[in-house]
Design a protein. Structure first.
Length: 588
């Protein structure tokens, strides 16, 4: 069998070898190559020349003569795009336990990793910690694998051979790293923000904020993993995560909170951290109605920042409800869609340190939207909740606080045990709240966005608020593509390290999407990079098995050519080196 390829791809440099044979010097022309199976250099004899003493009878200086011959052979290979024939022994067996397939898609991730100077950041800390392992090498493995092949930390370590990277550390080193790297979570976030601002001129008007939680498959709670309101309606202990993203959907900062922390209590601590350490002059916070509280509004505005927040109509005061339902002032924007707005002095009661509440007045603009599609969506979602509520009323013993989510609001006389979350079946029997159903239906199709940015037009406010989907998508990417949960760790320090790794991974894959002109989703990028692999054939030769539009885009943007059917180890190493040059512009 012969594999035919361009010789300039296959052939590495030849050299003259002077070895021993039967105690006599023997000359041959050889080619060196790396054997990935035994993980060391080997040579292949291209031409046997003979014993040095015999060749001396024919040539005045055989060594100098054949060195010149080798130089001419190398020159010919470089200038002639001919074909190379590789003879393969079909009886060759695979070595047990040795992988011959390696990923090369991670070179694109390496571009962003080095563009953000993460290698320098971790290498500097590795030296200051006086580690016996390379913190940078471990973090590269954990971050690249979290994006391409998310698994447990042990499984990630066991698959490290799929990369063309030096991985000279033990599994114990990896866990030691996890136990320490979490202490850098604040400094890493600040470092990334500063680099992003330098490279891209990041804007924080607006920034998007949201809260999600991650469950743990454990029964007992601890100081961090506590039972709370699960976004996935699971009874497991959870932790809360608050996350800020910019208008490009690239993360800015995050913070972890115990699972029983109310969503509304998570915003201000992280916002104050950003104001203090991120060098940001002004922030416009965009979030949903769960963050629209008196304390948050007071803190945001008193520090000179702004907000664009959705506002609950049903939980609003009488004045707001009347304004929403009053049809005067609405302007039709298109079929089935209308809006109006008003300037409004909002009175809020802010609790002080002594527990007493102080009245505060905030100048606010309220933009009211009505959408026929939104009305249909609200009624369809409520129909599901009502059906569940009817089942709950019929047999309360089948439900508890976590499993009754969405339905409990439509049931009267429902009492939960504060510790277990189970429904207490005593006293008045639970019944469907028909009055509440009628009241809620009146507001189907309407929603309100309130803002401190009173000088902006209604359209500007709505466009800003529409961007909130990006942080919701960031959480989706975190939970699906990066498989942030379930978490296969139990110690708090290592759990924090896990979420730090996931944050960096989200940062890198989002920024890569920007570098590729936002033409591809995260799922498309990850799927493509994961398929970009090469397999070892013989000597220095590898054969590629996948390319697509994203492969071509990587070549255009970063000069990373992964479209080649055949590549030598030398070429692959050159690509690896090029991915660390940090000379790629972010684009427009």
């Amino acid at each position: 069998m012969w594999i035919v390829a361009d010789s300039s791809i296959i052939t590495s440099m030849l050299y003259l070898k002077v070895g021993k044979s039967g105690g006599r010097d023997y000359l041959s022309i050889v080619r060196g190559y790396w054997d990935p199976v035994v993980k060391r250099s080997r040579t292949k004899t291209i031409q046997s020349l003979g014993y040095l003493d015999q060749l001396s009878t024919k040539y005045k200086d055989p060594i100098s003569h054949f060195k010149n011959v080798v130089s001419e052979m190398n020159a010919e290979v470089e200038k002639e795009p001919s074909f190379f024939e590789l003879k393969a022994d079909l009886s060759t067996k695979l070595s047990h336990g040795q992988g011959h397939r390696k990923n090369v898609g991670y070179f694109a991730l390496s571009v962003v990793y080095h563009l953000l100077f993460l290698d320098k950041f971790f290498s500097n800390h590795s030296r200051s910690w006086q580690c016996q392992y390379s913190l940078n090498d471990i973090m590269k493995l954990l971050v690249f694998s979290r994006i391409l092949s998310p698994q447990s930390k042990k499984a990630t370590y066991e698959q490290k051979s799929i990369y063309f990277e030096k991985m000279d550390f033990s599994l114990e080193d990896l866990y030691r790293c996890l136990s320490r790297v979490h202490t850098l979570e604040n400094s890493i976030q600040i470092h990334l923000h500063k680099k992003m601002t330098e490279l891209y001129g990041r804007s924080t008007e607006p920034v998007y904020y949201d809260v999600t939680n991650y469950y743990f498959e454990i029964d007992e709670q601890d100081e961090m993993r506590k039972k709370g309101v699960s976004k996935e309606h699971r009874p497991n202990p959870i932790i809360q995560m608050g996350l800020f993203c910019d208008s490009q959907a690239i993360p800015i900062a995050y913070r972890i909170y115990p699972g029983n922390t109310n969503d509304s209590m998570t915003l201000i601590p992280l916002l104050e951290e950003m104001e203090k350490n991120y060098g940001i002059s002004r922030i416009i916070v965009v979030a949903d109605k769960g963050l629209n509280t008196a304390c948050n509004i007071a803190s945001i505005t008193s520090s000179g920042n702004g907000y664009v927040l959705s506002q609950s109509i049903r939980a609003g005061n009488k004045n707001l409800k009347q304004y929403v339902l009053d049809q005067n002032g609405y302007q039709s924007l298109n079929e089935g869609f209308k809006s109006k707005s008003r300037l409004h002095k909002r009175e809020i009661l802010v609790p002080g340190k002594d527990g007493k509440k102080t009245k505060m007045v905030v100048d606010e603009k309220q933009v009211v939207i009505y959408s026929v599609k939104y009305k249909a969506k609200a009624r369809a979602e409520r129909a599901i909740a009502i059906e569940k509520a009817r089942q709950l009323v019929a047999d309360p013993s089948k439900y508890q606080r976590a499993t009754s989510y969405g339905a409990a609001r439509y049931v009267k006389n429902l009492v939960f045990d504060e510790k277990t979350g189970e429904i207490i079946l005593s006293g008045t029997k639970p019944v469907l709240d028909e009055k509440k159903l009628v009241e809620e239906e009146r507001f189907d199709g309407y929603y309100v966005v309130s803002t401190s940015e009173v000088d902006k037009s209604d359209q500007e406010i709505l466009e800003i608020y529409k961007g909130l989907w990006q942080i919701e998508d960031a959480f989706r990417v975190s939970k699906s593509d990066l498989e942030t949960r379930p978490v296969y760790l139990s110690r708090e320090d290592r759990i924090r390290a896990h979420f730090l790794i996931c944050f960096i991974s989200l940062y890198i894959v989002r920024l890569l999407g920007v570098l590729l002109d936002n033409k591809y989703s995260v799922s498309e990028i990850v799927s493509s990079l994961n398929k970009m692999s090469v397999s070892f054939v013989s000597e220095n030769l590898y054969v590629g098995d996948y390319a697509d539009e994203i492969t071509s885009c990587l070549k255009e943007k970063f000069n990373i050519d992964l479209d080649r059917k055949f590549m030598t180890l030398g070429e692959i190493r050159r690509i690896s080196g090029a991915s660390k040059l940090r000379n790629y512009p972010l684009g427009k």
